[in-house]
Design a protein around this ligand. Sequence first.
Ligand code: B12
Length: 135
Amino acid sequence: MLIARGTEPLARVVIGTVKGDLHDIGKNLVAAMLEGGGFEVIDLGVNVSPEQFIATVREKKANVIAMSALLTTTMPAMKTTIDALKQAGMRDKVKVLIGGAPITQKYADEIGADGFQRQCGGRCCPGQEIGDRLS
Ligand code: B12
């Protein structure tokens, strides 16, 4: 829609709920907020493997990965994805945004994510800070 209007997106975001996790209500809200905030959003749905995130970033030349996890047992898949990005030599080209009920700033720092947002609602737009940094 942004492209049809001739407006450049702030950034291209690949979003998904991590491998093993089927919760998508929060992820869908975040995707809608990002889209409304001027980002191009490629939504991979739920149960997204690190390989899928990375292949899509490559194919679509995306600048941001946004991952959602609602289960404490699937949180480690976020770190696995960041590690896979590093292995692929792409970490410095892609910003990583994470969120979901069990996620904390401490966890984001531990796994080396670039951004974390607890809530997405009202006037807040997750990724805005990252968009500002990219633009
Ligand atoms: C709805 C729900 C389900 C639905 C999911 C439907 C769907 N299409 O998503 C169903 C019934 C399928 C389900 C299944 C299960 N669930 Co469930 N579920 C929930 C529930 C009640 C609400 C989650 C929700 O949608 N919240 C509303 C949204 C809007 O909030 P949110 O997801 O947190 O998202 C917000 C923020 O976190 C943030 N955010 C989210 N993602 C991202 C990403 C980024 C990048 C950013 C910046 C921000 C961000 O922004 C959002 C908007 O503000 C929670 C309890 C709870 N209160 O969280 C349990 C809960 C998450 N489920 C739980 C469990 C255990 C399960 C099951 C394992 C149950 C079972 N035995 O089968 C399965 C797991 C299936 C699987 N493999 O994923 C546990 C997890 C416990 C834990 N510590 O890990 C919870 C906490 C319930 C509980 N108290 O026990 N569940």
